[in-house]
Design a protein around this ligand. Structure first.
Ligand SMILES: [Zn+2]
Length: 332
């Protein structure tokens, strides 16, 4: 695995922003404009934005199933509505426009996902529809055959009630009211070490496909610190049967990060934490074979790839890059 790079702000993210201009209510700008190649130069020169013209940007410009996706809109006078791949988007005011954070369901096939955003360009004006197409890449998640003793496949009957209580606790933690983002910078690694299992690994236990890995496993010696990936509020501190000692941080905007298998939890539920603040210590609590941090990310009720979250730029300093090769840009 490539070395981790904690603390990078990704202001020079290789992820190209795809921008699409609305050409009136009937515009279907994206359908004829191919996505720029991933190797397109960084910092694409962008023509100045026409005043008041709605603009839609997607991050990343092409995504795999299981990736988080940021949909940003500028030039709309009121909170827009919209969908990605048919799933409703929850917009909130952000910078000079609006943003929604969602993800691509991990079971989605490769192809495309349609983005539609509807809102008025001026107060009281008729809504304008912005449309785009997100390329959905083949994820190529590896399959791992694990041969383990029966106790790891089937929980003992006595723990079923405990697991049901765990599920209820997770559901309550993830049921926070939708709120504006609580974070003031891009996300960072919760600890800097080797990745022992990426997001998306498909696991077969004793020849039977049984689960997919919905987090990033990060190596660590027991007792080394685990820190908050970004600012937020602690909404779970609990010892769960499978996840072990667990901290969940709510970041607003439908985003949560989860920290499993800790040996010790050093924050209290309800505490506001800052990025880099210690949440606990690496351990091997729960159903694991050795000490590590399982770091999970939930966006819009979907478990998504934390490595991709780290590359998203929520604070672009300049106007978003406009897709090069788009023929519509010059048209009035
Ligand atoms: Zn894991």
């Amino acid at each position: 695995m490539p070395p981790l790079s904690a603390g990078r702000k990704y202001s020079n993210s290789p992820y190209l922003l795809l921008a699409l201009l609305a050409l009136g209510a009937k515009a279907r700008a994206a359908e004829s404009s191919p996505l720029p190649a991933a190797s397109a130069p960084r910092g694409v020169e962008t023509p100045p934005l026409a005043e008041g013209r709605p603009l839609l940007t997607l991050q990343p410009a092409a995504a795999k199933p299981g990736d988080p996706v940021v949909v940003a809109v500028r030039g709309m006078a009121e909170l827009p509505s919209g969908t990605l791949g048919g799933r409703p988007l929850r917009f909130f005011p952000w910078g000079e426009g609006f943003m929604a954070i969602t993800g691509l369901p991990v079971e989605l096939g490769a192809g495309t996902a349609a983005v539609k955003v509807l809102g008025p360009a001026a107060p009281g004006a008729a809504p304008v529809e912005l449309t785009g197409t997100l390329s959905v890449l083949e994820p190529g998640y590896p399959e791992r055959e694990l041969k383990v003793s029966g106790k790891y496949v089937e929980p003992p009957p006595g723990v079923k009630a405990r697991m049901a209580a765990d599920r209820r606790a997770f559901a309550a933690a993830f049921a926070q009211p939708f709120a504006a983002p609580l974070f003031g910078q891009n996300f960072a690694w919760p600890r800097q070490d080797r990745i022992t299992a990426p997001y998306g690994d498909r696991r077969t236990f004793n020849g039977k496909l049984s689960s997919q890995h919905f987090g990033v496993d990060i190596d660590g010696d027991p007792g080394t610190p685990v820190t908050a990936a970004n600012d937020g509020t602690v909404v779970m501190t609990r010892d769960n049967y499978s996840a072990g000692k667990t901290v969940i941080v709510h970041h607003g905007a439908g985003l949560y990060t989860t920290y499993f298998h800790l040996s010790r939890i050093t924050v209290k539920k309800g505490t506001r934490v800052k990025q880099g603040q210690r949440l606990g210590l690496v351990g091997s609590t729960g159903r694991v074979t050795g000490p590590h941090l399982h770091w999970g990310v939930k966006a819009d009720d979907l478990w998504v790839d934390g490595e991709v979250l780290l590359r998203l730029d929520f604070f672009p300093s300049a106007a978003p890059g406009v897709a090069s090769g788009s023929t519509e840009l010059g048209a009035p």
